[in-house]
Design a protein around this ligand. Structure first.
Ligand code: GRF
Length: 191
């Protein structure tokens, strides 16, 4: 496997829950070919399973919460700047980032979403896909802008919806693809 030729990019991963995409990004970051180094894991939920995983892997992890988004983001920005973060990967991060925050990291925040954007922005994607008898669904890695799930698409993977699919079955199959395309999208973006 080819080695990434430059200095690895200081990356933060933002999570709110399970952290399976964090796990896939962490495993990827350890490969020679990876252009990223995970410097920080941030969670807005102190019970996020992903935080436990980050600790197990000795990743610097922080939990911050504040009802006032402005205050939370000021604290967060300080830490991101101190750690010289150049890329933010949202991985199941369930809070909306403010316009001001996004502006400060313009073009440097990416997200993974479990649908073929621009279709099915927002929550409960698999349920809506099944309700509408869609023949295909998938997942998308995209830039984050100030409109929900609407930034420029970096990479998508399309999969077939099967006749006997349930939300559980479908989300499981999409998640397998998510774990593959997030690293691929990062390579596409940074290499
Ligand atoms: C994933 O399906 C992701 O696409 C969506 O939230 C879920 C997070 O899962 N944004 P995990 O925490 O990475 O396991």
């Amino acid at each position: 496997m080819k080695k990434y030729p430059g200095k690895k990019i200081n990356t933060a991963v933002f999570i709110s829950g399970r952290g399976s995409n964090l796990k896939s990004l962490y495993n990827f970051s350890k490969k020679k070919i990876s252009p990223i180094k995970i410097i920080l894991v941030f969670s807005n939920n102190k019970n996020a399973a992903g935080l436990k995983y980050a600790k197990e892997k000795n990743l610097h992890s922080i939990y911050l919460s504040d009802k006032k988004i402005k205050i939370l983001e000021i604290k967060l920005l300080k830490i991101l700047n101190k750690k010289k973060i150049k890329l933010i990967c949202l991985a199941g991060y369930m809070k909306i980032l403010s316009y001001n925050f996004i502006k400060k990291f313009k073009g440097k925040i990416i997200n993974i979403h479990p649908s073929l954007l621009p279709k099915y922005k927002g929550l409960n994607t698999h349920n809506r896909v099944l309700q509408n008898n869609e023949p295909y669904t998938g997942c998308t890695v995209h830039f984050v802008n100030n409109k929900l799930d609407s930034g420029k698409i970096i990479l998508q993977k399309k999969i077939r919806v099967l006749r006997n699919d349930s939300i559980k079955k479908l989300s499981k199959r999409v998640l397998i693809e998510e774990h593959k395309i997030y690293p691929k999208a990062i390579i596409k973006l940074l290499s």
